[in-house]
Design a protein around this ligand. Structure first.
Ligand code: NAI
Ligand code: MG
Length: 474
């Protein structure tokens, strides 16, 4: 049973309601989960409120809080197998990816923000009229975090760690498909010595369920959300109703531009990772490849070969690169894109596995018209379209022809082109000759339909604190 975690304790829903979490590889329920009512969510917000208003957490120094955050990171590392299994059973991510990337990054999120908060500078405003002015960064209060299912532990900790490091308390609502790691994490926080109520977890669905009960609560001071762009609009409206600042990390349709002057082997290898990592269930996925004409055929041949070389299979198998999609609903959505392809589209490899599993094999599509749904909409699966281009201007225009703007990649060995094109791409992050390389100090967020606001480093401080100007008359 996956319970809520409220005020330092595991708790079933007050009315005993539950739902099931399904393992997408076995296609059977692997646990039951507390289904929170509004009362349960109110209890979690109340606990977070008391821990903030009356508890020691916001008053602790950065060093003391930082020690607890590092202690939690230690416990995450010590519990790597359990945490890896949790997300893997909930959404089918290969264990190898969990152990190699998601779990270490979850620990690193706590370590980074613990140290960053302690070492961050604050501003003094020297005056020639005698006033002394400076900025204080005070914790905002109770932060509500609503998370998606694609990187459960990693994205939840990316929100929780800065919120806690800056002295806030948190109520987390994980995605309904991926509840397990969140409750485990909250238990570890209590074990690490966090005061009761500092980190709370409530389970349930979105509309008319735990998600909406949380966003409509009067007790929250910040709302951070990652998920679908259409949900982002609903969350933004909920924040507006309460005048609560909202941070939104939403969908993407990442452009990946491969110029003829690239290192072809590297471009193929990074482009493969950019779309097939996590079975393409990545907001940052490089799902639209644009390849310059001179190398188009050579690139497509090698890229298709690299896609076919990936190992598809059980998440628990150490050789698996691509597992099942996260749920039956999501599988149906991705499969629907593939049955709805325009006649001109040429499927070079991949497709639905057709063995009853919820697997879509790494799929490469060429010759699809750019206004086809497969080229314009976020598929969120291991499916990439490739288009040919001739000039740099053409590539930039094609890359920017979307309402999304989370990230883009470009491959070139020409440093002047790299700077020029990076500056022209409408995106929150541009990766040159790489993908998914993160510096947690850097701004992270999206343009247009991909989000509102930035998190990371001082951008997280901006969001999770109330900066106060203190002006003193000598
Ligand atoms: P979603 O946006 O519906 O759900 C994300 C989270 O928001 C979940 O915790 C959900 O319970 C909660 N939620 C949903 N509606 C809510 C509401 N009205 N009020 C409060 N909370 C609410 O995403 P979903 O349905 O899980 O995935 C659907 C699509 O979204 C995917 O196919 C993909 O295209 C995109 N997506 C994008 C992600 C990203 O990282 N940018 C992550 C996950 C999904
Ligand atoms: Mg949804």
């Amino acid at each position: 049973m996956i319970e809520n975690w409220i005020d330092g304790k595991a708790r079933e829903a007050g009315d005993g309601a539950t739902f099931e979490t399904i393992d997408p590889w076995t296609q059977t329920p692997h646990d039951t989960v507390a289904l929170s009512s509004r009362d349960d969510v109110d209890a979690a917000v109340g606990a977070a409120r008391r821990a903030f208003d009356d508890g020691p957490w916001p008053k602790m120094g950065f060093a003391e809080r930082g020690e607890l955050l590092h202690a939690l990171a230690d416990l995450i590392e010590a519990s790597a197998d359990e945490l890896a299994a949790a997300d893997s059973h909930d959404m089918g991510k290969p264990l190898r990816a969990m152990l190699g990337k998601d779990v270490p990054r979850a620990a690193q999120n706590f370590r980074f923000f613990a140290d960053h908060a302690r070492l961050a500078p604050s501003e003094l405003y020297p005056s020639d009229t005698g006033h002394h002015a400076f900025a204080r960064y005070e914790p905002a209060g109770v932060a509500a975090a609503i998370a998606p299912w694609n990187f459960p532990l990693m994205l939840e900790t990316w929100k929780i760690a800065p919120a806690l490091a800056w002295g806030n308390t948190v109520v987390l609502k994980p995605a309904e498909d991926t509840p397990t790691s969140a409750s485990f994490l909250a238990r570890l926080a209590t074990e690490a010595g966090f005061p009761d109520g500092v980190l709370n977890v409530v389970h349930g669905f979105g509309p008319d369920s735990a998600g909406e009960f949380l966003t409509s609560s009067d007790g929250i001071d910040r709302l951070t959300f990652t998920g679908e762009s259409t949900t982002g609009r609903v969350i933004a409206a909920a924040g507006a109703a309460k005048l609560v600042p909202v941070s939104l990390e939403l969908g993407g349709k990442g452009a990946n531009i491969v110029f003829a002057d690239c290192d072809l082997d590297e471009a193929v290898s990074w482009s493969n990772r950019a779309i097939f990592t996590n079975a393409g269930q990545v907001c940052l996925a490089g799902s639209r490849l644009f390849v310059q004409s001179e190398i188009y055929d050579a690139f497509v041949d090698r890229f298709v070969a690299s896609a076919e070389a990936l190992t598809v299979g059980a998440p628990s198998d150490a050789t698996t690169d691509v597992g099942p999609l996260a749920s039956k609903t999501h599988f149906a959505k991705v499969a629907g894109f593939l049955t709805d392809l325009p006649a001109e589209a040429n499927v070079r490899c991949g497709g639905v596995a057709d063995d009853g599993s919820w697997v879509v094999r790494p799929t490469v599509i060429t010759d699809a018209p750019v206004d086809a749904r497969i080229c314009t909409d976020e598929v969120f699966g291991p499916v990439v379209t490739i288009q040919r281009f001739d000039t740099e201007d053409e590539a930039v225009a094609a890359a920017n022809s979307t309402r999304y703007g989370l990230n883009a990649m470009l491959f070139t060995e020409n440093v002047r082109r790299a700077h020029r094109v990076a500056a022209r791409l409408r995106a929150g992050t541009v990766w040159v000759n790489c993908f998914f390389v993160r510096d947690l100090r850097a701004p992270f967020g999206g343009v247009g339909w991909s989000g509102v606001g930035r998190e990371g480093g001082l951008y997280s401080r901006e969001f999770f604190t109330e900066p106060k100007a203190v002006v003193m008359q000598p």
